[in-house]
Design a protein around this ligand. Structure first.
Ligand code: HAM
Length: 430
């Protein structure tokens, strides 16, 4: 029968990669708490309208990348393609704006986008997402950059760029829209079909097009950054000043645009050339109109998301710790009986004890212990039981000791050996 495989772009995560995910989560939790973020869990499935209204109906994500379906009641539902929309919904639904002057929240979990899979781009991927509601001052923009920097320092990642830009406010965008349309009208014949539609509905999205010819056209276009209003300019200047105060290097990239419509003012992407085509492994920005557009009071917002798969690709392999487990090799029924007593004691006292479930020869059990990279093996057969002893073999030092067959002694000896405190007493077969 044909084997069933994962869906395209969906993956099992295990072994070394899972270890990297855990290291990333651990590093993140250390700093998110320090910066005052509280963790929340959000649903994976939401009403489609939530994403259409927040991310924007002319974005690639909403137009072509959502996993959307009708449920039995006829409602259109979507698997979340990102976390910000759900965070805003939750902020409003839980009424946090009424009880907190400022809200810092974070979440970790899977996101879903129906994109063409390639290295670093999957249909199910994971984000660590942080959001701040209720702070319009640029100091918080800089603080998020500092959080990114500390997280990457903790993970010993050094080769990356922090690219920043300002996409202005509604006012700057409105006046720039006219300038942009006038420019693209003169180069209309060079634009792809999608961009011709974007020109009508949302010309700024043309900067997001992956088509080489369209990229060529945008290279000559006027830039929003050069048309920012006074307030947006001041915000960006202060942001840069604070970031400099934190001693973090950033690069202004006036062409940086984001694939989601909710952004205002500061936007940023952390990129690495070590990642290939999918360079951005952290991205975010400010969204000062979104909460109001989603039906709440006027509330500033800013946040970012870490692409966990991409960040994991930048981590060096973890150090394996062979020899931290023990193995029980028992021969005969009496030894098996003793195993249950010893196993419970060891597991209770924090000693990882492995063994073969089925009866096997000593040779086969030793091979198994080797295979599991166990540092110590306890050997118990009828001879040992008659003598009231158990043999402890050190697999790395190749030494061997005889211990009294007494659970307290065995557990205490293993504890000392595993923590490297006690050297082997005798060497018989070294
Ligand atoms: P985004 O740029 O769409 O922003 O995604 C953030 C990060 O998620 C990307 O930089 C990338 O590392 C990762 N990512 C996105 N799509 C994929 C994929 N198909 N496969 C693997 N990784 C992927 C957002 O999602 C915003 N919600 C960020 C934000 C939070 N802005 C404000 N607050």
């Amino acid at each position: 029968m044909e084997k069933i495989r994962t869906l395209r772009g969906f993956r099992d995560i295990f072994g070394e990669e899972l270890g990297k995910f855990k290291r990333i989560e651990q590093a993140f939790r250390k700093y998110s708490a320090r910066f005052g973020f509280r963790e929340i869990e959000l649903p994976i499935l939401e009403k489609t309208e939530l994403f259409v209204r927040s991310i924007g109906d002319t974005t690639d994500i909403v137009e072509k990348e959502m996993f959307t379906f009708m449920d039995a009641g006829g409602d259109s539902l979507s698997m979340r393609p990102e976390a910000t929309a759900g965070m805003v919904r939750s902020y409003l639904q839980e009424g946090l704006y009424a009880t907190e002057r400022m809200t810092k929240v974070c979440t970790i979990g899977p996101m879903f986008r129906h994109e063409r899979p390639q290295k670093g781009r999957y249909r199910q991927f994971h984000q660590i997402d942080v959001e701040v509601f209720g702070v319009k001052e640029p100091l918080v923009d800089a603080e998020l950059i500092l959080l990114v920097r500390m997280l990457l320092d903790e993970l010993e990642i050094r080769r990356y760029r922090i690219e920043v830009n300002s996409v202005g406010c509604k006012m700057c965008r409105e006046s720039f829209r006219r300038i942009l349309i006038d420019f693209f009208e003169t180069r209309k014949d060079e634009l792809c079909g999608d961009c011709l539609r974007r020109l009508e509905k949302n010309p700024l999205r043309i900067f997001d097009c992956k088509n080489q010819q369209c990229i060529g056209v945008t290279a000559d276009s006027p830039l929003l950054f050069d048309s920012l209003c006074e307030e947006c300019k001041d915000h960006f200047d202060l942001f840069r000043q604070y970031v400099a105060g934190f001693g973090v290097d950033i690069e202004v990239n006036k062409r940086l645009v984001r694939g989601l419509d909710y952004y205002t003012k500061t936007v940023f992407e952390i990129t690495s050339d070590d990642l290939g085509a999918q360079k951005a492994f952290i991205a975010g920005g400010r969204y000062d109109n979104l909460v109001e557009e989603m039906g709440g009071p006027a509330t500033a917002g800013i946040g970012f998301a870490v692409g966990v798969e991409r960040l994991a690709m930048l981590l060096p392999p973890g150090e394996a710790e062979p020899g931290t487990e023990c193995f029980f090799a028992g021969i005969g029924d009496r030894a098996r009986d003793y195993l249950t007593t010893l196993l419970k004691r060891c597991l209770t006292e924090g000693i990882p004890l492995r063994y073969a479930y089925e009866a096997k020869s000593l040779k086969a059990q030793m091979r198994y212990a080797d295979n599991l990279k166990c540092g110590f093996v306890l050997i118990l057969g009828d001879d040992e039981i008659d003598r009231g002893t158990i043999t402890l073999r050190d697999m790395t030092g190749k030494s061997q000791d005889e211990l009294p067959l007494d659970a307290d002694t065995i557990v205490n000896t293993l504890k000392k050996r595993l923590s490297g405190q006690a050297p082997a007493l005798s060497t018989r077969d070294g």
